[in-house]
Each structure stands twice: as structure tokens, then as C-alpha cells.
Design a protein around this ligand. Sequence first.
Ligand SMILES: *[C@@H]1O[C@H](CO)[C@@H](O)[C@H](O)[C@H]1NC(C)=O
Ligand SMILES: *[C@@H]1O[C@H](CO)[C@@H](O)[C@H](O)[C@H]1NC(C)=O
Ligand SMILES: *[C@@H]1O[C@H](CO)[C@@H](O)[C@H](O)[C@H]1NC(C)=O
Ligand SMILES: *[C@@H]1O[C@H](CO)[C@@H](O)[C@H](O)[C@H]1NC(C)=O
Ligand SMILES: *[C@@H]1O[C@H](CO)[C@@H](O)[C@H](O)[C@H]1NC(C)=O
Ligand SMILES: *[C@@H]1O[C@H](CO)[C@@H](O)[C@H](O)[C@H]1NC(C)=O
Ligand SMILES: *[C@@H]1O[C@H](CO)[C@@H](O)[C@H](O)[C@H]1NC(C)=O
Ligand SMILES: *[C@@H]1O[C@H](CO)[C@@H](O)[C@H](O)[C@H]1NC(C)=O
Ligand SMILES: *[C@@H]1O[C@H](CO)[C@@H](O)[C@H](O)[C@H]1NC(C)=O
Length: 584
Amino acid sequence: MQLLLILGRAIALCAWFALSRNSTYYNPVLSGWHSDPSCVHVNRTFFCATSSFLSFPGIPIYASDDLIRWRLISHVWSRDSQLPGVSWNTTATQGGLYAPTLRYHNGEFYVASVHIVSTVDIEVFGVVFRSIDPFDVGGWSDPVRFETTWRIDPDLFWDDDDTLYVATSGIFLQTLDLDAGTVGNSINIWNGTGGESPEGPHIYKKDSWYYLMIAEGGTALNHAVTIARSKDITGPYTSYHQNPVLTNRGSDEYFQTIGHADLFQDANGNWWGMCLATRSGPEYEVYPMGREAALFPVTWEEDEWPVMQPIRGVMSGWELPSNTSSVGLLNTDPENYHFGADIEVPLHFVYPRVPPKTVAMTANGMQVVPTRSNLTGARDEDVELTGQHGIGFIGRPQTHTSFEFRVDLLFTPQAVQEEAGVSIFLTQYDHIDLSVTLLDDFTNTSHTKYHRSRRDEGPRMYFNFHIQSSANDTVSQLTPVPADWVTHAIRLEIIASNTTYTLYASSVLETHRGIQVGQAQARIVSGASGSFVGSVIGGFATCNGAGTTNRCPHQDIAYFQTWRYVGLGQQISSDVFVNTPTAL
Ligand SMILES: *[C@@H]1O[C@H](CO)[C@@H](O)[C@H](O)[C@H]1NC(C)=O
Ligand SMILES: *[C@@H]1O[C@H](CO)[C@@H](O)[C@H](O)[C@H]1NC(C)=O
Ligand SMILES: *[C@@H]1O[C@H](CO)[C@@H](O)[C@H](O)[C@H]1NC(C)=O
Ligand SMILES: *[C@@H]1O[C@H](CO)[C@@H](O)[C@H](O)[C@H]1NC(C)=O
Ligand SMILES: *[C@@H]1O[C@H](CO)[C@@H](O)[C@H](O)[C@H]1NC(C)=O
Ligand SMILES: *[C@@H]1O[C@H](CO)[C@@H](O)[C@H](O)[C@H]1NC(C)=O
Ligand SMILES: *[C@@H]1O[C@H](CO)[C@@H](O)[C@H](O)[C@H]1NC(C)=O
Ligand SMILES: *[C@@H]1O[C@H](CO)[C@@H](O)[C@H](O)[C@H]1NC(C)=O
Ligand SMILES: *[C@@H]1O[C@H](CO)[C@@H](O)[C@H](O)[C@H]1NC(C)=O
């Protein structure tokens, strides 16, 4: 009896202990546009790679000690010479580098991906990059290229005998010889459970089973994670009778499109997964950050199928590892730059493609040399106007539902149509901009669409509030810049409050006299022509097609002297808003 009591107490204590040690945290842990996460755990550090599509540098690598605080440490593709000329030749609006797989093998990190050049001529090739130190910003190799026969989402799996297998969408399996860049015959190993687009495969070996986990249903509302297993890597694979193992399809959850997951273990042997998620609710209309990365605990008993916790804004599961390092900017940290010659372009700043030589740090601030192509570019004209050869734009992903962003911009255009400002940029066909531009009231060339607010002599400066929308009318609204503002830097500000962006302008001399120049709904930069990507907030400069090469005839440089981004809050369910996600 006494023994039983003690035993009972011990069990109760154990249960309490287990409960108290489980942790609670908020999703998404890697907020902002971070689709298709693939992660590994190496020596108490977790590493994740995510998709980057057309952006340059491409395929960001994040590191974390505690699975919650993620720091950008390098990009797999950081030199044009790793894929020379490929960016400028890519015609697909959402082409570029797709869904990577990150793995660690024999002391080296490997990233496999495909680059989609054209969806019309179906031009796709596979790439594998490697690095012995992912913290080394320039440490990723030139890629080995391989043929994928239009299939995407290559996995990397080394079997016990060191044979390297690549599974791709479909789902197909083949061997890959990394030295030769050659692949073996492909075998169709699984079709999934019947959802469209079986893709994003990852293979794991556990308890002498090969587990094949995939995404299916397409990357929108029907997205789901399904799994199958086999004793033989080439199959036949048996589908789990309780598939899908992870999805929010058919639910009214705020987090939707759950899928494209990868699994890994922490130092205590507990399993976790990362997947993509969209904070949109079932309406799936407003999600300016696109597909983000969410963390989920996994219970995976010996010989059993893995049990994954459904994705919610507030999660509870295994004890989180503790963080030991505090080096580098976290993904959600505020930033406040006073750019000068001695400052480097921040690691997390990205261009829409490989840029022309346009951005540099100077004593005046971060310079953006205007490109002839504007943010939209022109279709069916010479290639320099399409934006394909780079656009004078640099930015950072929107990582919060609500945030404040502002720059002090020094820009004194000498020629009409020159323009510089800030943008919430999803794609060339969906963006929201606030700029300063010099216009001539008597020119009736490319700006006839503008409402004329004044008729007098000579060009003058305007604020241009512009909405480019593939789903709606394009709006351009001009407001004259007060005459006494033009000689100094202009402060341009974007305040995102839940689903509305409000754009303000002022003179740095009198920031209290700011004017609200425009307002736009986040819905404009949600989905549309950019359903795979997410919004990037940043600064641009262009001469709107003047001249004949990608260089503008007047190189009137835009200087971004200061740059400030501060997250104000995250929406994590239909009615819950929190500050920056961390462990509770
Ligand atoms: C693991 O990390 C520790 C601490 O960062 C480091 O000292 C050690 O060398 C690492 N070990 C390996 C095998 O990388
Ligand atoms: C880019 O396209 C041009 C024209 O089609 C072609 O000649 C060139 O080889 C391509 N370059 C690369 C790196 O694909
Ligand atoms: C996948 O579907 C195709 C077409 O229906 C079929 O020929 C093939 O055998 C299926 N593959 C597997 C592994 O079931
Ligand atoms: C702790 O989290 C794990 C993983 O989600 C779960 O299996 C377990 O039941 C949790 N324990 C308690 C006491 O809640
Ligand atoms: C953990 O991360 C937080 C936030 O970056 C930091 O303040 C804290 O010092 C870190 N803990 C350790 C042990 O480094
Ligand atoms: C501007 O030019 C367009 C065609 O080039 C013409 O249709 C339009 O009437 C002109 N507008 C004014 C105000 O002159
Ligand atoms: C966003 O909306 C929520 C709920 O409607 C509200 O509680 C919150 O204050 C709003 N946040 C901002 C910054 O407006
Ligand atoms: C397009 O504009 C209409 C009217 O202003 C608005 O109701 C609708 O929500 C807009 N659609 C998008 C996708 O922004
Ligand atoms: C962008 O540039 C093209 C010419 O390259 C021009 O036709 C178009 O009007 C410009 N867009 C804006 C918003 O100025």
C-alpha cells in the first residue's frame, strides 16, 4: 500500500514534470516569406533553408539554437557566377530557385534545388550546392547541375551504403552521382493519396523503414502532408491509413495551406518539423507575407507512424532547446540604420533578381542608381525595360502583420520621369509604392494617365502614390511636394496596421508636418501574380524608360540615408494579436 502510494506520487510527479517541461510558443517561428522550409540539426544548432524564386541572393540559410529565434547566416546563391547569366535569362514571373532540401552528410552541408528558367519552353535544371561552414557568407560552392526532366523539389538522401538518392515531384526516385552530375534511371515510387501535385518529398530511414513524406493537394487551401513507408527504398511504399498526417484543409483555422514539411530531431532525441503556412484564414484573401515557416512537435515511437501536432498560432510540445548564442540579427528584430560608407549592405536585404551595379554604401547613405526599368517594367519591349536585367530596388521581407518602415531619402532629380521611393513589392505586377518624382506639366508622353493638378511653367516634384495590381485597376495619384521640402531629404513612411498600409511623407526638417499620401489594402499584395512569393519592403529608383540602355541618361542617384523597420505585432489567429513571436 505504502509502496503503491509512493509509486503513485512518483508517477504524478513524473507527469507534472513532463507537463512543466513542455514548452509553449507562437507560430510562425520564421515569419515573413519563407516557404518550403527544409531543416537539419547539427551539433545543437538547427539550420533551415527556404525557397527564394527570383530573388537574389537566393536560398537563405537560417540558424537557431532554440527553434524559435532564427538568424539569417548566409545565402546558398550569393554570387552571380554560381549560376552565371541565369537570372537575367529567366522569363517566368515566379521562376528561379525552388523548394530546397538542406542536409548534412560527412561533415558537409548540402542544398539541392531546381532553377526554373522558363515555364513556356519548360527549362528547368537541378542544382546541388555544398559548404563546410554555412556561417561563412560566401562559403557555398558553385553548384553541380543535374537533369530533373521538369520535376521539382529534389530531396537528398544518403543510404547506409552512402548511395545518394534524389526523390523529386511525382514522386520519382533516382540515384545522383555528385561528381559527375549524372542521375540514374528514375522510378515512380509513389503517387501520394490522390491529391494534385504530389511534391516536396523527403525520405527518412528509421527503425529499418524508409519513410517517404510528401506534400500534395497543391500549395493553396488543399495543401497537406502525407506519408508512406517501405522496407526497400525503391518501394513498394504503403500509404499510412490515417493520411494526411498534417493539414488544415477544410478547417476555419487562421493558419492555412499547411504542407511541404521536413522532420528532424533535437539533441534530446525529440522530433520536430517545419512546414509552410499562410496566415490567411479560410477566406484566403489577405496574406501579404505569403507562405511562412511554422514549427510543430512530432511524436514518433519506434516502428510507428509519426504523429504531428496541427499548426496553430499558439503551440505546445516538447521542451525547447535553450539558446546559447546571441550573435547576429534575428529575423524579427527591429532595425535602424544610418547608412554610411563604413556600413555593409545588411545580409537580409534582397533584390528582385541579380541586380545591375546599382546599390552601394556611400558617405551620403545607401545609393540606388536608377534603372531604366521601373518596378513594373514593360512587357513586349526591349529586354532592358522588362525588369529582367535587374531593377533598382532593394528590400527586406515583411515579417510582421503590423510594422513601421521609414527611410530618409535624398534625391534631387534633374530630368523628368526620374523617380525614387519606397515600395511594398510582391512582384512586378503587384506592388504599392510611394515615391518622389520630377514631372513636367507640359509633357504628354508616358504620364498622360496622371491626373494633372497644376498647369504652369516647367517641371516640378510630386509625390507619386502608385498601386500596381494584376487583379485591379492601377492607381497613380500625384501630390505636389511642398516647395520648401525639395532641398532636403524627404522622409517616406509605411505604417502597416493589420491589413492596411498607410503611406506618409514629410521633410526631415519638419517630420511633424507629415502628410498622408495614400492608403492601400494588403490584399493587393496577397497572392495574385505572386502566390508563391511574399512582400518585400524597400527602396527603389528608376528613370521610367528614358534613354536606350539599362543605364539612365541622367544618373541621378537616390540616397537612402536612414532606414528603419520596427515590427509592431503579429496576428496569430482570427482574433489574437501578439508581439514578436518568442517562447512564452
Ligand atoms: C559543436 O559546437 C561546439 C560549440 O559551438 C563546438 O565547440 C564544437 O567544436 C562543435 N563540434 C563539432 C563536431 O562541430
Ligand atoms: C541566355 O539567353 C541567351 C539568348 O537566348 C543565350 O544565348 C544564352 O546562352 C543564355 N545564357 C545562359 C547563361 O543561359
Ligand atoms: C502512379 O499513377 C500512374 C498513372 O495512373 C500509374 O501508372 C503508376 O503505376 C502509379 N505509380 C505508383 C507507384 O503507384
Ligand atoms: C509534451 O509534448 C509532446 C510533443 O508534442 C507530447 O507528445 C506530450 O504529450 C506532451 N506532454 C504533456 C505532458 O503534455
Ligand atoms: C537568448 O536569446 C535572447 C534573445 O536574442 C537573448 O536576449 C538571450 O541573451 C539569449 N540567451 C543566451 C543564453 O544567450
Ligand atoms: C496626350 O497624348 C495622348 C496620346 O498620345 C492624347 O490622346 C491625349 O489627348 C493627350 N492629352 C493631352 C491633355 O494633351
Ligand atoms: C488589429 O486588429 C485587432 C483586432 O481587430 C486589434 O485588436 C488591434 O488593435 C489591431 N492592431 C492595430 C495595430 O491596429
Ligand atoms: C479591387 O478593387 C475593388 C474596388 O475598389 C475592391 O472591392 C476589391 O477588394 C479589390 N480587389 C483586390 C484584389 O484588391
Ligand atoms: C514604367 O516604365 C514603362 C516604360 O518602360 C512605362 O510605360 C510605364 O508607364 C512606367 N510605369 C510607371 C508607373 O511609371
